[in-house]
Design a protein around this ligand. Sequence first.
Ligand code: KG4
Ligand code: ZN
Length: 339
Amino acid sequence: MSTTILAIESSCDETAAAVVVDGHIVKSNTIYSQIDLHTLYGGVVPEIASRKHVEKMNQVIRTSLAEADVTWNDIDAIAVTYGPGLVGALLVGVSEAKALAYAKKKPLVGVHHIEGHIAANYIENPDLKPPFMCMVASGGHSHLVYVKDYNSFEIVGRTRDDAAGEAFDKVARAIDLGYPGGPKVDKLAKEGNPEAIAFPRAFMEDAPYDFSFSGLKSAVLNYLNQCEMKNIEYNRADVAASFQKAVVDVLTDNSVRAAKAYDCTSLALAGGVAANSALREAMKNACEKNGLTFYHPSPIYCTDNAAMIGVAGYHAYQSGVRDGWNLNAVPNLKIGERR
Ligand code: KG4
Ligand code: ZN
């Protein structure tokens, strides 16, 4: 007997639904991205995101069911992201999922967004099984997570300030690349020299797996200001490449050290920044050197999507998780916590 999950995701600026069978077969993965709308403002405007989710949610779910070629009879449970994220945005998905679960008499399973990002790795890597170390780097979060089991997590390291994606977005804005910055820095960096400018790498003495990106961000802004004051024209591609290299070095070094300290044989990447080509390359090489098997999702499963929520939802469902009509959006939900 197979298990089919309808998954819903609306924690930030993507309205998404997916149909996932047995925790790894993606029958449909429908994403309505609001990026163009928020680009006008240089970042996500929470109120606009919520309103757009309301407008698009039914259509996205209908498309997802149609593309998967399933009917409501085929759906075993409804999984939905209930945190962390923007409260108004989360509420749209949670309300929708509750209404559908009630009307169609289906079990409801609340999913943690970051646990979803981690679970994205199971879609294309059937050989990946816990335990493993996972570096989750997205626009809102940067965590090094020891995945003990499908539903059991330990946070090994975290950012002290900015998330990695946030640093990419802020530096991109400073060199006029626009929003969202990650993919644009990634592309421009290919034309630049990563050794051109010596930007700092922050390592924490008291917490060896934590990281910090605000010092790096300030160093980039200072460099740009200095150049402007001295009327020196800077090379944007070199700035992008040198900044990116600093982020990649820290993420890679911390991840590999943590994986070894926890006796892991596998290291995985997750979250929007996992789509970064330089990070993937560096992680692949570092894993090879250290005898670790390296995993990462395809770019479409790195950035926000509902398929990953369907995978995490499947494992929660299998372990007996059933949420009630009191399921609520929890904007600051912690990894491994259930509310
Ligand atoms: O996981 P995600 O879609 O949303 C959150 O949960 O935050 O991550 C979005 C973040 C943005 O900051 C974006 O700039 C970054 O991921 N990102 C990238 C790349 N693609 C997306 N950062 C670096 N390189 C990329 N190729
Ligand atoms: Zn995300």
